[in-house]
Every structure is written in structure tokens, then in C-alpha cells.
Design a protein around this ligand. Structure first.
Ligand SMILES: *Cc1c(COP(=O)(O)O)cnc(C)c1O
Length: 430
């Protein structure tokens, strides 16, 4: 077989569909968030741009307390963990951080993983595989890491329509009462920014004795009095069996975790290959995570300012008639609906305005629902927001994009008519 030809053909297909991924070469500037240096070519000149699509939602990746903790641990403990958790790789910082995470979520215990992706994949696969004859109920919009975990478990699963509690109930009711059931969902959905009805989902899950697994990756640090997520905000944390989070987003670092009962955590710790057979996070990451958590706990002001920036951006976008997708979170998606136009607008914003926002295309979102996803932080000034909106407005009405030549922007068709299963398809093919 001609392997090189095969790779080339596959990549050509991606390019033809306008979904070949081009990474922006960025140098983030600690102390200058959300500015970064961007290079078009590796050895070319650098240019300062404003980053509008970072998941470091609160700029914690540059917080002095986090940097101090990491610097301190780096000098004291060195660079890497030196082993898996079982074989010399458990540092004191890991232990302290797991205690703090558990307490934050009101759970008995917590367990760290090298990423949020791994925490979902290996925890779900391990739980579902070992619970004999289990059935998983998974929201249609769940993240690729969740879908991959479900598939790896080789367990029977059913997909319920996005945030549709009645559909979930129907599916649960249609299953034999004695089979173990796991309901898997997210709180804030990353690409639409909508929020799940946690309490109603808990009601149904409890009615059928199902275990609940909640991905709070886009909510930890951002919602609730102490920033512990939507489950804290809605007062339902004690009704969720497993809360999964990441340190890669609002924490500004890297690493994932689950928080649950002591028994469940001990079980995953003892049986999950993605936890057992890999080198643990460097101690300095755990130290940074602990420092970040301490700040986030008391960061009500930062959270309020974050939501204030979000409201301002939304108001200006809607004010000039741009199709901002409505939701109740901090994620501001602007609907484009065409992959080449989405990429062209993103390129133009970067080249002509020094504004960086990555186009979001299939399979991250369904085909025909391509969008620009903005994530304003407390550090995006009013002036930056105003500049973004006027730049986007100019691009939008530029006829060369053949977008919206009449000047009337429209919101997407009802999301229920879209094919929602893009991520499931994508994972299934891999
Ligand atoms: C980003 C993301 C993850 C994975 O977290 P990482 O720490 O980045 O690996 C899991 N779930 C959702 C919903 C995500 O958006």
C-alpha cells in the first residue's frame, strides 16, 4: 500500500470541505492577557493580536498566585512527577489538590487525570464496563471524550435528544428495571453555550435509580457562589453521582478530575487504565491547580465582571444585527452556517484587524452550523469589545464573502432540525 498517497488523499478531502485545521502560532504574554504574539510563519515577524477564543476564561493562566505556586514547586520539586501515581508519581501536591477538589464539590473524594478528555474517557469506560449489563443514556451533544468513553466500554447506549428530559424519561422507562443505568450529560455545552436543566435530569434519574455523570468542564470556576459549577449554583451537587471537571479551562492550567463518593473514586483509581498506566501530572501543575482553586473559590468579583463583559458583547452584536446565538452562559457563538465563509471571516479578522477567533467547523459542530465562538474574559476591555463588533460588522457586510448581501442577518433554523450526531459519527469512524 502507498501510505503517503493515502494520507495525502485524506487531507485533500478535508481541504475540499474547508475543514482542514490550521493552527495559529501564538505566544501568550503573561501579564498582557488577552494579548498574544502571532506569527504567520515560524521564523517570520511577530504581531500582537487580541485572543477572542481562549478557554482560559478568567485569565487564571497568568494569575500571580498561580505563577508563584508553580515557580515555587518547580524549584523545590523539579520538573516531572517521575512516575505513575502508583509507582513514585504521587506528590504531596496531588494529594492536597484532590482533597481540595472533593471539598469544593461537596464530595467525599476526587481523582486527578492528565486531562479532562482522559478523565471522561477512562472513568466512563471503566464504570460502564464493570457494571454488568449496564445501559448508558447520553445527551446528543455530549463531548467527543464522553462518546469515546462510552464506545470503549462496549456497553449498550442510547442517545437522548439534547437537553430533552422527556425523551430521557422515555428511554429510561423502556429499559428493564433491574439493569444498571448511567445518565451522562454536561452542564454548559461548549459550542452552543446552553445550560442543561440539572434538577429535572436528577429527578428523572432518581426515579429510575440511575447513576448521574456530569461534565462541568465549561462551568467550574465560573458559576456558583464558590465557583464550583452549575451543580453548586442550582443546589444539586449532592444529587449528582460523579462531577467531572478540568483544570485546562477556567483554572488556566492542564489536567482533569472526577469528584464522587469515596467508594466510587477508589474503584476508578483501582480499575481505570487511563489513570493507572500513565505518568501523573508534574507536581508544579498540581501546585498551580491548588493555587488557582483557592483564587477561584473567592472570585465572585471576577465572575461578575466576566458575565458583565459577556453581556456587553452580546448587546453590541445584537445591536448591529449580527446573528448571535442566544444562551444563558459565557459562550458567545455567532452563527455563520458555511465553512468557507467562516474560515474567510476568521482570516480577515486576524490579518486586517489583529483579532484572533478560530472558525468552528465540522465535526466539532454539525455541518451547516459553522460559527465563530467568542469567549470574552474579565480582561477584554470595552474598547476591545467595540473594536471586535465593528470589525465583524465590516466583514459581515463585505460582499466578497457572499454572505448576507441584503444586509439582513438571520438566526439559524431551530436547532432540533439539525443533525445533532456529528460527534458520535466522528468518533465512530475513528
Ligand atoms: C474541553 C472539554 C473536555 C476535555 O477537557 P481537557 O482538559 O481539555 O482534556 C471535556 N469535556 C468537554 C465538554 C470539553 O469541552
Amino acid at each position: 500500500m502507498d501510505f503517503e498517497q493515502f494520507f495525502k488523499d485524506q487531507l485533500r478531502r478535508l481541504r475540499e470541505e474547508n475543514r482542514y485545521r490550521v493552527f495559529a502560532d501564538l505566544e501568550r504574554q503573561a501579564g498582557r492577557f488577552p494579548y498574544a504574539l502571532w506569527r504567520e510563519e515560524a521564523h517570520g515577524p511577530a504581531r500582537e493580536v487580541v485572543v477572542w477564543c481562549s478557554n482560559d476564561y478568567l485569565g487564571m493562566g497568568q494569575h500571580p498566585a498561580v505563577l508563584d505556586a508553580m515557580r515555587g514547586s518547580l524549584m523545590l520539586n523539579g520538573a516531572g512527577a517521575g512516575g505513575t501515581r502508583n509507582i513514585s508519581g504521587t506528590s504531596h501536591h496531588h494529594v492536597l489538590l484532590e482533597h481540595a477538589l472533593a471539598e469544593w464539590h461537596g464530595k467525599e473524594a476526587a481523582l486527578l487525570f492528565t486531562s479532562g478528555y482522559i478523565s471522561n474517557e477512562t472513568s466512563l469506560a471503566t464504570l460502564a464496563k464493570h457494571l454488568t449489563n449496564a445501559v448508558i443514556y447520553s445527551d446528543a451533544d455530549n463531548h467527543a471524550s464522553i462518546i469515546s468513553g462510552i464506545r470503549n466500554s462496549r456497553c449498550e447506549y442510547r442517545i437522548f435528544r439534547h437537553n430533552d428530559v422527556e425523551h430521557l424519561r422515555e428511554l429510561l422507562a423502556a429499559t428493564e428495571a433491574e439493569r444498571p443505568k448511567i445518565v451522562v450529560f454536561e452542564s454548559v455545552y461548549s459550542m452552543d453555550g446552553d445550560i442543561a436543566p440539572l434538577s429535572a435530569i436528577c429527578d428523572v434519574a432518581e426515579e429510575f435509580g440511575a447513576l448521574t455523570y456530569l461534565d462541568e468542564v465549561h462551568a467550574v470556576g465560573l458559576y456558583g457562589e464558590h465557583g464550583a459549577g452549575i451543580a453548586e449554583r442550582d443546589g444539586v451537587a449532592d444529587r449528582i453521582t460523579v462531577i467531572e471537571g478540568t483544570m485546562g479551562k477556567a483554572f488556566g492550567l492542564l489536567g482533569g478530575y472526577i469528584a464522587a463518593s469515596a467508594g466510587l473514586i477508589d474503584f476508578v483509581r483501582s480499575f481505570a487504565p487511563g489513570f493507572i498506566f500513565t505518568t501523573s501530572l508534574p507536581p508544579m501543575i498540581a501546585a498551580g491547580g491548588l493555587a488557582s482553586l483557592r483564587v477561584l473559590r473567592g472570585a465572585a468579583d471576577l465572575r461578575a465582571r466576566h458575565q458583565d463583559r459577556v453581556r456587553y458583547l452580546r448587546r453590541l452584536l445584537a445591536g448591529v444585527g449580527l446573528p448571535v446565538m442566544p444562551n444563558a452562559s459565557h459562550i458567545v457563538p455567532v452563527w455563520v452556517g458555511d465553512s468557507s465563509v467562516c474560515k474567510a471571516i476568521s482570516d480577515r479578522l486576524l490579518m486586517d484587524y489583529g483579532i484572533y477567533v478560530q472558525p468552528i467547523n465540522y465535526p466539532t459542530v454539525p455541518r451547516g452550523s459553522e460559527r465563530l465562538r467568542f469567549t470574552p474574559s474579565p480582561f477584554h476591555s470595552a474598547e476591545m469589545i467595540e473594536k471586535l463588533v465593528s470589525a465583524l460588522y465590516e466583514c459581515w457586510h463585505d460582499r466578497s464573502f457572499a454572505l448576507d448581501p441584503t444586509g439582513t442577518s438571520s438566526l439559524p433554523p431551530s436547532r432540533n432540525v439539525l443533525a445533532r450526531s456529528s460527534a458520535y459519527e466522528a468518533v465512530a469512524r475513528n
